[in-house]
Design a binder for this molecule. Structure first.
Ligand code: ATP
Ligand code: MG
Length: 397
């Protein structure tokens, strides 16, 4: 099943990718590898060619596509690290020359200390890894004047003797996690806030494919709020291999809650209606779980008692990856994936406009269910399901 790296020799640049956690996955490993290769190929489009070899992936590309390739590698779940690598045939002379060249390149970047790490998977190569490090170290000292520092080097030159010889330094950290598609599908309740985009990103990092639903209450929430959610789905979608975003018109459901429910209960009941809708939509999409951005006690509707009330309306597992996270930690992730700036745009989502001044803090599930049934909102929810609009956000290409 492996393709030969030699075939891509016409493309001058090579990137070497180290798989992450998926190397540990025993029987599933082959299928995870296939999914990772498929994702990589899709993200690259015609900018580069992906190759698989035992224990490694490679990307070959042209110099002018290097920026696009590096951008794609920075969004790929399932790799622990990657680097642009020099390659050569498997003779000691060629390998030493390549190592010396890497040393000169580091010196040109102002680096003065280094060490070498070598892996020899091809045992027929005449130097063992100890000798590669010793001879390579001498070659770099002579060619570039760098000093060896084994404990605390500024740069590590890595040498791998595999199908070919590969030499690289300054490897970048990959996103880790598992390749998207290896972990089933989930339906994300995506609002325009900071939290739910991060929740979607975190589940995608475990290999989950993401669909999303946004509950819109036009004209109480402006068109800009919807556009903001579309933009956020696009941002998370770039990591999640694309997101299908469903916009649900929820104005009638919200008005029904306003008319019939005691004011302190409106937020909890609205969340219950969202759960009912999301479970039905998930059934159509073959999503196996729901995902929210809830974080324990962050707001009144996220106390453990109220979360329990909200849970009454669905039998699907609800994943809340932020439940134990601190807001600062959540914001840090939002910034790192490029969602934060969009999340803090001023347009309010429906829930803020409808939030009561004195919400229930510790709802009783039995009371929640009774109040919910009195809403008699089932047909309104079905109507909204029939009218849902789908957009594709953040798909590769
Ligand atoms: P976020 O920052 O994601 O908006 P939040 O801290 O503001 O979250 P809430 O507004 O209480 O919290 O919402 C809790 C969760 O319910 C959200 O993280 C999201 O998953 C879901 N949710 C809330 N409003 C909507 C909406 N209009 N459309 C879709 N999902 C929503
Ligand atoms: Mg919100």
């Amino acid at each position: 099943m492996y393709t030969q790296p030699e075939r891509s020799s016409k493309l001058p640049l090579t990137y070497l990718l180290k798989p992450g956690e998926l190397v540990l996955k025993g029987g599933n490993r082959r299928s995870f590898e296939r999914i990772l290769k498929r994702n990589l190929t899709e993200l690259l489009g015609n900018r580069g060619r992906a190759e698989t070899a035992p224990g490694r992936y490679y990307v070959h590309c042209r110099e002018e596509d290097a920026g696009a390739v590096e951008d794609a590698l920075g969004r790929l779940f399932g790799i622990s690290g990657w680097a642009r690598a020099g390659t050569c045939g498997k003779t000691p002379e060629a390998v030493m020359a390549l190592i010396a060249g890497e040393g000169r390149a580091l010196a040109a970047r102002g680096i003065s200390s280094f060490k070498i790490e070598a892996r020899r998977t091809d045992r027929s190569f005449p130097l063992d890894s100890y000798r590669i490090c010793a001879d390579g170290g001498n070659a770099v000292r002579e060619a570039a004047g760098l000093v060896v520092n084994v404990k605390n080097p500024e740069a590590v030159i890595e040498v791998e003797i595999r199908e070919k010889a590969y030499v690289y330094s300054m490897a970048k950290r990959g996103l880790r996690g598992l390749p998207v598609g290896a972990g089933g599908r989930g339906l994300l309740l995506l609002s325009g806030g900071i939290d739910s985009p991060v929740a979607g990103y975190m589940m995608a990092s475990r290999g989950m494919g993401i669909d999303a639903v946004y509950f819109h209450a036009y004209p109480y929430t402006p068109e800009e709020a919807r556009k903001k959610v579309t933009a956020l789905a696009g941002i998370v979608g770039r990591y999640a291999m694309g997101i299908r975003l469903y916009t649900a018109g929820f104005t009638k459901v919200q008005m029904r809650i306003r008319e019939r429910a005691p004011l302190p209960w409106t937020t909890v009941l609205l969340r219950m209606a969202m759960m009912e809708y999301a479970e039905k939509l998930a059934g159509k999409l073959k999503s196996r779980c729901l995902i929210t951005g809830e974080s324990l006690s962050q707001v009144a509707s996220q106390t453990v008692e109220n979360i329990r009330c909200i849970q009454e309306r669905t039998r699907l597992p609800v994943f809340r990856p932020l439940i134990g996270m601190d807001k600062e930690e959540i914001i840090r992730t939002a910034v790192s994936i490029g969602a934060y700036e969009t999340s803090i745009l001023p347009f309010e989502d429906c829930c803020v406009l409808f939030s009561p001044p004195h919400p229930v803090l510790r709802g009783e599930p039995a009371e929640a269910v009774k109040l919910y049934e009195e809403l008699d909102a089932g047909s309104l929810i079905d109507e909204a399901l029939g009218e849902a609009v789908m957009e594709k956000c953040g798909f590769p290409g």
